[in-house]
Design a protein around this ligand. Sequence first.
Ligand code: ADP
Ligand code: 5GP
Length: 209
Amino acid sequence: MSKKEVRSGGILFIVSAPSGAGKTTLCRKAVDYFPDLRHSISYTTRSPREGEKNGVDYHFVSELIFQKMLDNSEFLEWARVHGNKYGTSVKDTQAILEKGLDIILDIDVQGAAQVKKKGMSAVFIFIFPPSLETTKERIRNRGKDSNEVILDRLETAKKEIKQAKKYDYFIINDNLDYAFERLKSIIIAERSKKERMLKKVKKLFDVIC
Ligand code: ADP
Ligand code: 5GP
């Protein structure tokens, strides 16, 4: 997809983090807090975890459907993570941005790199766990993954952290309240940038050219 294909009224926020760092928790809090921020619901070939709902947490689809979507260029980005495929719908993202709403994409480092490569205007946020040991504990306490899956996710976490320097903002999710304050601050700061405020301000004060 070219840069022109996703026309943005709203802001595209990309959030990546190693598994268990708390990005789902933080993104949910952000969407609950900001009425004009939407969460992108990805398509995945992964099976639902206990309590996950189709169309809410993910669109859970078969390999065949995912492949068809891929063949039809329906993904803004996609990646294979921990043996499953995940992708973001161009159509869904575009529909939200065109309404002037902001969107938050909780995607892995490979997907974020694809968005960056396309030259799209986006804000890249990386969330760190306080330590790898904490990550392990959090995934274990979440109680939805086997030991083998947890070890695989920890190995991937080390590789993902190496990609963090490509992001615009860092958040260490040690204390959840502090981490959320930072996420809120980033969103508010990005919304306050001169280039994003200019249109609004011009309506109020026509002296600004
Ligand atoms: P991710 O989406 O990055 O895999 P989750 O948001 O699912 O991570 O969080 C993993 C687990 O850690 C969840 O059980 C969540 O409630 C918990 N958690 C998230 N942030 C914190 C925090 N700051 N302190 C303690 N537990 C947390
Ligand atoms: P989980 O299976 O724990 O929900 O997610 C595993 C990983 O896949 C996480 O790093 C998450 O950010 C990533 N992920 C979820 N949806 C997408 C997506 O649409 N695209 C990409 N590239 N990664 C995704």
